[in-house]
Design a protein. Structure first.
Length: 214
């Protein structure tokens, strides 16, 4: 079976078993971006609390966060953990957005994809996973998001080498799947659910929708 067919079969097995994941949660592209930065090293329920704080304070916009003092921002996002570090990362992103795109997401997402991805990766605190999450989920740009779950699931099934890098895994998916935003979105979200529920450090293979692939 070709790699493309294998990847689509895996997708279908997950989708049939788990259904649509409705990911990434967020009412606006900007909320999704802030969520992508805050979710580093924490679980989503903590991020939701931080975003709720920003909404309650009427600060969830590029301009309002730009105007907000760093200590105040840190307190608002405190539930997300590592709040002093993350407040600096959010501020760094916001300052970049204003210096490069006048604070407008429309301008940011209208530029060349590869150039934008390179620029995002140059923003301190934004790594490949966060950059691709921003591009895919907030910008509707077909770039595949790779995380620890993706690596664990596919290396355990022998579909990628254990030592594969982020970019190698990303290329594996993008070269063997249709470049489709909806597919990339749902595929990554399903892998997260499989990783959290079944493909843990202590495996629960018998219950996993992908058990027949082993």
């Amino acid at each position: 079976m070709s790699k493309s067919k294998t990847l689509l079969e895996i997708y279908q097995k997950m989708f049939d078993a788990l259904g649509p994941q409705q990911w990434w949660p967020g009412e606006t592209p900007f909320e999704i971006i802030i969520g992508a930065i805050l979710t580093q090293n924490t679980n989503w329920s903590n991020v939701e609390k931080a975003i709720k704080n920003l909404k309650m304070a009427r600060r969830l916009s590029p301009k309002r966060i730009y105007e907000l003092a760093l200590p105040e921002l840190a307190q608002l996002i405190r539930p997300s953990g590592f709040f002093n570090v993350k407040s600096k990362r959010v501020k760094t992103f916001i300052h970049w957005l204003f210096s490069k795109h006048e604070g407008k997401l429309s301008g940011m997402f209208s530029q060349d994809f590869q150039m934008l991805r390179s620029e995002l990766l140059a923003v301190k605190g934004i790594g490949p996973e966060t950059a691709d999450s921003i591009l895919l989920y907030a910008g509707n740009i077909p770039t595949f998001v790779v995380d620890a779950y993706t690596h664990r699931i596919f290396s355990r099934h022998g579909l990628i080498p254990e030592e594969s890098t982020y970019d190698e895994i990303k290329s594996f998916f993008e070269e063997n799947l249709p470049k489709d935003v909806k597919l990339f979105n749902e595929y990554h979200a399903l892998l997260v659910t499989i990783g959290k529920t079944f493909c843990k450090p202590k495996k629960l293979c018998e219950q996993c929708p992908l058990k027949d692939l082993l």
